[in-house]
Design a protein around this ligand. Sequence first.
Ligand code: NAP
Length: 265
Amino acid sequence: MNESYALITGSSSGIGLEIAYYLAEKGFNLILTARRDGLLKNISKDISSKYKVKVDFISSDLSKKEAPNEIFEYCNSKNYFVEILINNAGYGIVAPLHESSMEDEEKCIRVLSISVIALTKLFIPIMMEKGGGKIMIVSSIAAFAPPSAIQSLYGPTKTFVNRFSEAVNLNYNKNGISSTAVCPGYTVTNFHTASGVQDEMDRVPKFLKKSAKRIAIEGVNAMLKGKAICVPTKTWKIIAFLISSVPQSVFKILSSFIAPGRFNK
Ligand SMILES: NC(=O)c1ccc[n+]([C@@H]2O[C@H](COP(=O)([O-])OP(=O)(O)OC[C@H]3O[C@@H](n4cnc5c(N)ncnc54)[C@H](OP(=O)(O)O)[C@@H]3O)[C@@H](O)[C@H]2O)c1
């Protein structure tokens, strides 16, 4: 096991893509993964041409049970030491709970959480052997908020991965391994189109929408410092504080004005 790499899931667009560019700027070698092979190839070429880092990619569908193992085996076959694991891939289910199929719910939960656990479990032993590593889980402000009327299981799944991140810290900080749960608010990416909620996103006031680049920079810096939780941007730090201090019924009423669609269907 030789050179160190950062493995980033969901690095073909949005927050994951910006994390890839920011880590390359900082001199980290990269392994990119997502489903869109052509995009990953072009991104790898572009990053390699701009920064003095090694970039490789493996296309993989994390809704499939075997995907984490395939990614792990690929890294082993290339002798890559994954010193940084960024669990970022994600989307929300377009249909409401009573209309979605159980298969679609399971696939989404697998991408958002089971694959996160699987990849973490696979890469932690090597991090322990090497004396340390960094893990990031791109969660969401939804982890702290009441569950939304749209995408019923998205928030609860993000709460789950936050608790999982805490468990990793509790058990592996002593081995030099830290896990950072990055919890962004509304971020301008392909997420809302991919998750069928672009109309709701269009109604959100501009001051609440942050760029993926900002989220990536704040998230990566928090991860490198070994912070347990990161809520990027001052605006969303204040909102996270309000969510924890204002009664949920009041929060839902406030939200129905500033972010219609989440709690008023
Ligand atoms: N945008 C927001 O407002 C927001 C807010 C809070 C948290 N988040 C979280 O941020 C993370 C990144 O989302 P984003 O906003 O950057 O959205 P995005 O631009 O849609 O990016 C999502 C990434 O996940 C990948 N992905 C989706 N399904 C996948 C699958 N089955 N297997 C492997 N990769 C898959 C996509 O690549 P392929 O399509 O090529 O597979 C893409 O690279 C997600 O975990 C999301 O929950 C987003």
